[in-house]
Design a protein around this ligand. Structure first.
Ligand code: GLC
Length: 570
């Protein structure tokens, strides 16, 4: 076991890495305007390094009217002033790289802001040279008063928006102020691929690709088939199957083109991870027939998997078979659009510590959403009427009593609830903003004074300590960061214990890690006779720092995760 396994393994770095998502607006405010900024991220790199994450992904900080907090870009080459400047962005790359960390940006290829100069031109007249940068159609006959077809946006309702100035309709997959670009226009594709090259040249290590599944729409503009299915992870459309608006074969083909551009940058290699929706066997098509498409895709199936040993065993089995080498799965339990993961974990820190043990020991890239390493609860108290999130207004018609049910399915209608300022300590503004700051852009999390970085750093039993322990264990072990995975028959009740083995071997080294996760409220006895007798074997737990010798019969505490590491002599 050593901390420099990067040099000893030929698996690409992006398959071995761990990713921490920063929502820049909410992470750390250096200049006291109540909004997090790039200086703030630079300031907290030491924390992230201490925590043990290897890659940071930043939600968009490009120039934007901020109608959807940066997912509405008006200049792909600029930095929004509230977040900082291009110089600060460069410094962020440099400082992260100096610490051996990688920086992944959020690339919104599908749409721009309606304030983007291209769209302002495009909507100005039917014969403007930029008209065809977006998707414009006539309304339905007889007088064009109805949208061109039945296509619904991802948020329900028609995705077509009437523009009286030119008496046509433009298409938006998400909100009306986010018009979709027209990738069937070669100029659009090449302009956007240049944006990609620009940021890779500037030092970005890769991209998270916003709603990549929506890039191509069917050129026939035929209606989507009707369906009675309610919107779900697999089909985020309302009462129709998003056959012609999402996961189009042309988007699978574009994934390969994009990958070829990303692979132009070899030193170091870069990667892209797609935000896409659908069942895993469909999503794997984004990765290309031989792993030559998107390097990774988010597999949001994990968001609705019940927190039980049996359900997690099935999840792993599914991802292992659908994303077998050369593909690679991802494990996501929260992000800036979803209920906080503690919602599913019943606000139980023991479950959060176990989830950290699972996420950092399974084969697949773990994505950790800021604040989840503290076990921060979902913020239920946010006012719908005062919401900053534009989605909240759209969904205000949904009766309150339905909201918990939707949350259970991983759907959030007011995303302010998962975007609270990061609590650093229990002082002014929870340390998120300097003491003189007038107010923070979103209210502080009510748990800030009891769940914050300073307090949890001191407590070796905290959720933060468990995350840190597991992140460091993963990066120190070739088996955990790079090994193949074999599910094991649990040496105890399989309804309680999930067990798997990770194995790494090459010409010089063989390392194994046996992982035992107790998804139950009670102590479980494990028969570790075989492991006990191996030379050089050590047992690590998510609950304490020092490794121990595995006993013949090991007692796994409630919600404990144990990892037995063995270096086998070459
Ligand atoms: C993605 C982003 C979300 C954004 C939307 C539109 O789903 O994660 O935050 O609002 O796309 O860009």
């Amino acid at each position: 076991m050593n901390d420099t396994n990067n040099h000893r393994c030929d698996l690409p770095w992006w398959k071995r890495t761990t990713v921490y998502q920063i929502y820049p607006r909410s992470f750390y405010d250096r200049n006291g305007d109540g909004i997090g900024d790039l200086e703030g991220v630079i300031d907290r790199l030491d924390y992230l390094q201490w925590l043990g994450v290897e890659t940071i992904w930043l939600s968009p900080f490009f120039t934007s009217p901020q109608a959807d907090f940066g997912y509405d870009i008006s200049d792909h080459f600029g930095v929004a002033p509230e977040y900082g400047s291009l110089e600060e962005c460069q410094r962020l790359f440099d400082e992260a790289h100096a610490r051996g960390m990688k920086v992944v940006l959020d690339m919104v290829l599908n749409h721009t802001s309606d304030q983007h100069p291209w769209f302002l031109e495009s909507r100005s007249s039917r014969d403007n040279p930029y008209r065809d940068f977006y998707i414009w159609r006539d309304g339905r006959k007889p007088n064009g008063a109805a949208p061109p077809n039945n296509w619904s946006s991802m948020l329900g309702g028609s995705g077509w928006n009437y523009d009286p100035q030119t008496d046509q309709w433009y298409w938006s997959s998400f909100l009306p102020f986010q018009p979709d670009l027209n990738y069937r226009n070669p100029m659009v594709k090449s302009a956007m691929l240049d944006v990609v090259r620009h940021w890779l040249r500037a030092g970005a290590d890769g991209f998270r690709l916003d709603i990549f599944n929506a890039i191509y729409k069917d050129a026939s503009f035929a209606n989507n088939p009707r369906s009675l299915r309610i919107p779900s992870e697999d089909n985020p459309a309302f009462f129709q199957r998003a056959l012609r608006t999402q996961n189009h074969p042309d988007t699978f083909a574009f994934a390969l083109e994009l990958r070829a551009v990303v692979d132009e940058f070899k030193d170091p290699p870069r990667f892209v991870v797609g935000e896409v929706f659908g069942p895993p066997e469909l999503l794997r098509q984004y990765c290309g027939p031989s792993g030559d498409g998107l390097n990774l895709v988010f597999l949001f199936e994990s968001l609705r998997t019940p927190f039980r040993a049996s359900a997690f065993r099935e999840l792993v089995r599914n991802f292992e078979s659908t994303f077998a080498e050369p593909l690679h799965p991802t494990y996501v339990f929260g992000n800036h659009d979803r209920p906080r993961q503690m919602e599913r974990l019943r606000d139980d820190p023991r479950r959060a510590r176990l989830l950290a043990a699972f996420q950092m020991t399974v084969r697949g890239v773990p994505f950790i959403y800021y604040g989840d390493e503290l076990g921060l609860a979902h913020h239920h108290g946010m006012q719908r009427d005062a919401a900053r999130d534009p989605m909240a207004a759209r969904f205000r018609f949904i009766p309150k009593f339905l909201l918990p049910l939707l949350r259970k399915r991983g759907i959030l209608t007011n995303r302010d609830e998962c975007r609270s300022p990061m609590p650093w300590h229990d002082g002014a503004h929870a340390g998120f903003a300097p003491p003189g700051t007038r107010s923070t852009w979103l209210p502080l999390h009510p748990q800030s004074s009891i769940k914050n970085v300073a307090q949890q750093t001191k407590d070796s039993t905290s959720v933060l300590s468990a995350y840190r322990r597991m992140l460091h264990l993963r990066r120190s072990s070739l088996a955990l960061s790079s090994g193949r995975l074999e599910l094991l028959d649990a040496p105890a009740d399989p309804n309680k214990v999930l067990a798997y083995r990770r194995v790494y071997e090459d010409a010089n080294v063989r390392e194994t890690a046996e992982v035992f996760l107790n998804f139950s409220n009670s102590e479980v006895g494990l028969d570790l006779r075989d492991l006990h007798s191996r030379p050089g074997v050590r047992l690590h737990s998510n609950l304490h720092d020092e490794p121990t010798m595995p006993k013949r019969r090991h007692l796994l505490r409630a919600w404990e995760g144990a990892v037995v590491l063995t270096d086998h002599p070459a």
